[in-house]
Design a protein around this ligand. Structure first.
Ligand SMILES: Nc1ncnc2c1ncn2[C@@H]1O[C@H](COP(=O)(O)OP(=O)(O)OP(=O)(O)O)[C@@H](O)[C@H]1O
Ligand SMILES: [Mg+2]
Length: 264
């Protein structure tokens, strides 16, 4: 596993206090670690969300896990100021680009076909932090691809979800995310074809038992995810997979109505 050699700086934005770091492979990453505001559950959300994005072929920066040694949490002023905990961290490969939801710049995105996937991902995982957060739409400078970043708020309740909340969220029709938010309104205008979400329905149906199992393997023990919460997270994603047709039907009818949020 990689380890952090140097903390370069704290990123300009980010509730979780992400930092730009260099690892022992001499590459730069945006690192999320346990600290005074976030727990291992946020890192769990990042890892499961990242793996799920891969499975659905939705572009996101490459990611891996790494380790902060105890010495660095006292030597680095950035880590010291956020009371960073030593241990396993989430690393997203540093990519040049900008965060934005700007309708004019959106026109130049090279991967419009991926946009419905981001919406479906958010609805499936109950991601609460994209539609209204311009920071979580990231356009890579070179490729002009829109990348989905920041899975810290999947499972609806940031890092306070637990087995009870997830069991309550396993229902059809699903709890809806708010499509009236600016990010969704903007990308909705770029959807192509009558059934933009069905490609993902087909992908979900093709997921093998092994691929599903692999979403949840090798979760670091120092993230302290309880056995109940772990099982509930697996059951929740399984439930969403099994009900993918219902989820897509709801999404399609919402987008036909112009992205109106069905408040419940
Ligand atoms: N892999 C990356 N490469 C380059 N920049 C990144 C990368 N990951 C994140 N960033 C930048 O860092 C910012 C903060 O990251 P991120 O959104 O994951 O943190 P956060 O604390 O969960 O944010 P918030 O809660 O404010 O949405 C992003 O808005 C983006 O501009
Ligand atoms: Mg963010």
């Amino acid at each position: 596993m990689l380890h952090i050699d140097t903390v370069i700086k704290q990123m300009k934005v980010g509730y979780t206090k992400p930092s730009l770091v260099e690892c022992n492979d001499q590459r730069q990453y945006v690192m999320k670690c346990q600290n005074d505001v976030i727990s291992g559950k946020t890192l769990f959300n990042e890892l499961i969300g990242g793996r799920l994005l891969h499975l659905l072929q939705i572009p996101t920066p490459a990611f891996t896990l790494g380790r902060i040694y105890p010495q660095l949490t006292t030597d680095s002023p950035v880590l010291w100021s956020m009371r960073a905990k030593p241990g396993t961290v989430f690393l997203s490969s540093y990519t040049r680009g900008v965060s934005m939801i700007n309708p004019i710049l959106f026109k130049d995105i090279t991967n419009r076909e991926d946009l419905p996937g981001i919406v479906l991902f958010d609805q499936m995982t109950l991601n609460q932090d994209r539609g209204g957060n311009r920071g979580n739409w990231f356009v890579a400078q070179k490729s002009m691809e829109l990348l989905a970043i920041d899975n810290s708020n999947i499972f609806r309740l940031a890092d306070i979800w637990d087995s009870h909340t997830l069991h309550a969220d396993m229902r059809i029709p699903p709890e809806r995310i708010d499509f009236s938010q600016p990010g969704y309104q903007t990308i909705g205008t770029y959807f192509e074809g009558k059934h933009p979400f069905w490609k993902y329905g087909r992908l979900v149906k093709k997921v093998t038992d092994e691929e599903f199992t692999n979403l949840f393997v090798n979760i670091p023990l120092d993230w302290n995810i309880s056995a109940d919460d772990f099982a509930a997270a697996q059951q929740f994603i399984k439930f969403q997979f099994e009900h993918i047709d219902d989820i897509i039907n709801e999404l399609e009818s919402d987008f036909k109505k112009g992205g109106r949020h069905n408040a419940r």
